[in-house]
Design a protein around this ligand. Structure first.
Ligand code: FAD
Length: 436
């Protein structure tokens, strides 16, 4: 068959591209390997609970994207307040750690704040500029000082990324790591109050249906979405795609939201140096366990960061704490996230560990109150920004783009992106398809 634009992957990026092309009456076909579209923004509904592929909270930086999405989702998203904290030294302190030390031991507060002040003085008077730091580890030290680095930034990020922090660049951080002012650090050490700093202090979320409402709203009424059909091979010189149902598709343009190294692996005529480079791209995976319990909502936290090694998970939280309707009346939900590299860890061991720690934290009383458990594996969830990533990604994207293949989305462009950026990149890719 022949089609002007083939879109591979039906997550937010692919769907947004399809929607825009449809609005422009530009012919397309979208193929999604899974039985349903949505990608990472799907929701499992069972026993009256709605579980996302770990916490997925919608926030916007760009008004035009927000307007477009909300016009499609018509009244389904409501504004919610984040309540994020850090658990360390047996106490909860407000997020972000670097700005909220009140509640920690006086020795820790002293070390953290004095270290921060010293780092701030170095920045001002010795012209130490964290923007020039060689790696993430040095950046932490120059931005926050030794106390905050040792007590939170190093152990938390080490647990999440599972790679040496000296091998990480700072190019992924952007708004994801807030840098408070001196006055905010000092005030946060003296007074404990829920913090509203950071990009995600408030977010949008529907009452019903979980985050899957978002891709469903974008996909609604769209023709030419094929589920359960994946891209198998791509012959770029012939502009031909082989699908895993055996069909061959001749295309003029291709928009790919497949993970970039995976796309590279499907192209037999890709130059050997690019093939070899693509194999070096790395990502850290997440194993997410969701629990539905009977009983009263035990914690007010949307999510909690766990820097200490006693906890094998780096983050845990409760979607029902901020959106009670994701659990049936008289019930609550919890989620726990473990990161891993390489082989998938044993779910039994992780589940046992999670239960033991949730009990110790006082979030649950007894395992007998468990109603349901949903395990979700997210292979390659967090792109690792090591020293080689930027150049390899730049070369691959340029090679593809020259041949009419436009990459979009968190994995398509191999980056640390949000739902909004996946949508935006899908829209941008659609704009690259020339009008006939
Ligand atoms: C742990 C975690 C938490 C997150 N939390 C948030 C949050 O709170 N807020 C936020 O804004 N963002 C969050 N994000 C980011 C957000 O999920 C992504 O930016 C967004 O969902 C990416 O959409 P996408 O379309 O780019 O990719 P995906 O959703 O991965 O879609 C790609 C699609 O391609 C399909 N595919 C793969 N191979 C093939 C093939 N061969 N043929 C056809 N199809 C194929 C896949 O099945 C998938 O459906 C989070 C991400 C993670 C990992």
């Amino acid at each position: 068959m022949k089609i002007r634009t083939l879109i591979t992957g039906g997550g937010l990026a692919g769907l947004s591209c399809a929607r825009r092309l449809n609005e422009a009456s530009s012919p397309y076909l979208l193929v999604e390997r899974e039985k349903e579209t949505g990608g990472l923004c799907r929701t499992i509904e069972t026993h009256g609970f709605a579980f996302d592929y770990t916490g997925h909270f919608l926030h916007f930086q760009k008004d035009e994207i927000k307007k477009w999405v909300l016009s499609l989702a018509k009244g389904q998203f409501k504004e919610r307040k984040r309540r994020a904290v850090i658990y360390s030294q047996g106490a909860y302190s407000e997020y972000p750690y670097q700005e909220n030390n009140a509640g920690l031991s006086s020795e820790t507060v002293r070390g953290n704040v004095l270290g921060y002040l010293e780092a701030a003085l170095n920045r001002r008077f010795r012209k130490v500029d964290p923007a020039n730091a060689e790696n993430f580890k040095k950046w932490c030290l120059q931005a926050f000082g030794p106390g905050i680095s040792k007590n939170f930034m190093y152990p938390y990020n080490q647990k999440l990324w599972k790679v040496s922090l000296e091998n990480l660049t700072t190019h992924w951080m952007g708004r994801f790591v807030p840098s408070p002012r001196i006055s905010e650090v000092v005030a946060g050490a003296l007074t404990k109050k829920p913090s509203l700093s950071g990009y995600n202090a408030t977010f949008l979320y529907p009452d019903k249906g979980g985050i899957s409402i978002l891709p469903k709203a974008i996909a609604q009424g769209l023709p030419n979405l094929w589920n359960g059909v994946g891209l198998k091979q791509l012959f770029l010189n012939k502009k031909k795609a082989l699908l895993d149902n055996g069909l061959e598709v001749d295309f003029e343009f291709l928009v790919s939201s497949l993970p970039l190294p995976k796309l590279a692996g499907l192209v037999p005529d890709l130059p050997a140096f690019l093939k070899k480079a693509a194999k070096k791209l790395r990502a850290t995976s997440i194993y997410n366990i969701n629990f539905g319990f009977r009983g009263k909502q035990p914690i007010p936290f949307s999510w909690v960061y766990f820097p200490e090694p006693e906890f094998l998970f780096h983050r845990a939280g409760s979607a029902s704490a901020c959106v009670p309707s994701v659990a049936p009346r008289g019930h609550f939900s919890l989620y726990v996230e473990f990161s891993y590299n390489g082989a998938k860890p044993d779910p039994k061991i992780l589940g046992r560990h999670a239960m033991e720690k949730l009990k110790k934290l006082g979030w649950i009383k007894s395992e007998r109150d468990l109603v349901t458990r949903v395990d979700l594996n997210l292979p390659g969830a967090y792109v690792v920004y090591d020293g080689e990533r930027d150049e390899i990604v730049g070369n691959l994207l340029a090679y593809f783009e020259k041949r009419g293949v436009y990459a979009a989305g968190r994995y398509g462009r191999w980056e640390y992106g949000s739902m909004e950026s996946a949508i935006e990149q899908g829209i941008q890719a659609s704009a690259k398809i020339p009008k006939k």
